[in-house]
Design a protein around this ligand. Structure first.
Ligand SMILES: NC(=O)c1ccc[n+]([C@@H]2O[C@H](COP(=O)([O-])OP(=O)(O)OC[C@H]3O[C@@H](n4cnc5c(N)ncnc54)[C@H](OP(=O)(O)O)[C@@H]3O)[C@@H](O)[C@H]2O)c1
Length: 312
């Protein structure tokens, strides 16, 4: 007798987390072979709630892993309607359809759902106080899942921060390029958070689903970040050092610390965005990497990719 497969619909496959999830997808989860259905904007527009509901009715996934999102934090300020459609409308539509059809949802979320002024790590159960349009849209997506799936345990929200990987658009890849192009870099030193590698986060996503499949109870809201704390300045400095050590850049730029007020942006940034991840690290029984080690792995992976080897 053949085992019934576990059907997982993955959105955002062309994004940085989507790449890592695809590359690390297990063959089986909880004893069931995995059937992964990949969605990008060519086959599902997340801004279209009818399309999101229809795909669930048509494909009947056991899980949706919603890694797709509108992540352009500054542009979101002038594209609020579209940002909300993708970041709040899609999770709501998925949750509604999954409640009807019987399936579960793992929704990725962000430190921007908090105000960023607390001064000690945000716990998963703290109330939201989102920053900017992007933060508000992601918070609204969380609210929909809480409202529709909060009591059934069929929905999970996994928040992370400062996501970086070897593919896509992120601070690590931008800084690496700038180290190569410039003699000096001015980087904000008064915003504190924790870089998180896409690879570690992807492993956490797969583990969450595995545990939830075993019907072990998990809190509705979980936090996964790499370990430690840093400012953007610290991360930019480390990228120069590690990039040079690994031969990805010829020489590092001089990194100068500046303050948030020296670098105005359309969207407000949290000055403190550390998430308290201890409960989730423990529940998943996964050891997080220190962010600097995670960054080193990202750059090593980038080196492999540049030499023509596939993503691992
Ligand atoms: N990046 C961070 O620092 C960070 C921090 C905390 C939390 N998060 C959360 O982590 C998750 C993954 O983020 P990420 O950094 O991997 O994002 P990303 O690299 O920007 O990828 C987002 C993906 O969503 C897709 N997408 C956007 N609008 C769409 C639409 N209308 N229809 C279909 N697909 C659409 C994008 O497609 P295209 O490639 O075609 O544009 C892309 O593949 C998101 O939920 C994000 O909010 C990210």
């Amino acid at each position: 007798m053949s085992l019934r497969s576990l059907k997982i619909l993955l959105t955002g496959v062309s994004g940085q987390l989507g790449h890592a999830l695809k590359a690390s997808a297990p063959v089986a989860l909880g004893g069931s072979p995995l059937e992964l259905i990949l969605c990008d904007r060519s086959n599902l527009d997340l801004a279209d709630p009818d399309a999101c509901r229809a795909v669930v009715g048509h494909l009947r996934p056991d899980w949706i892993l919603n890694a797709g999102a509108y992540t352009a934090v500054d542009k979101a300020e002038s594209e609020a309607e579209h940002t909300f459609a993708v970041n709040a409308g899609a999770p709501r539509a998925f949750a509604e359809a999954l409640v009807d059809c019987g399936g579960r949802l793992l929704q990725l979320s962000t430190d921007f759902v908090f105000g960023g002024a607390q001064g000690h790590p945000y716990r998963p159960d703290q109330s939201r106080n989102p920053l900017g349009v992007y933060g508000a849209s992601k918070a609204s997506g969380e609210e929909a899942i809480e409202e529709l799936m909060g009591t059934s345990g069929e929905g999970l929200i996994l928040r992370t921060s400062w996501l970086m990987g070897p593919v896509g658009q992120n601070f690590a890849l931008t800084m690496l390029r700038l180290h190569n192009e410039r003699d000096e870099l001015n980087v904000v030193a008064d915003q504190v958070g924790c870089p998180t590698s896409t690879r570690g986060l992807a492993a956490a996503c797969w583990r969450l689903i595995e545990i939830a499949q075993g019907r072990n109870s998990l809190p509705l809201k979980c936090h996964w970040c790499d370990a430690g704390a840093a400012s953007w300045y610290d991360v930019a400095y480390a990228i120069g050092e590690l990039g040079k050590q690994l031969g990805l850049i010829e020489c590092e730029a001089k990194v100068q610390p500046i303050s948030t007020s020296d670098y105005p942006t359309p969207a407000p940034r949290p000055s403190y965005s550390l998430l308290d991840c201890r409960e989730t690290w423990h529940a998943l029984d996964l050891q997080p990497l220190h962010w600097r080690k995670g960054l080193q792995e990202i750059l090593l992976e980038l080196k492999r990719l540049r030499s023509g080897q596939p993503l691992i």
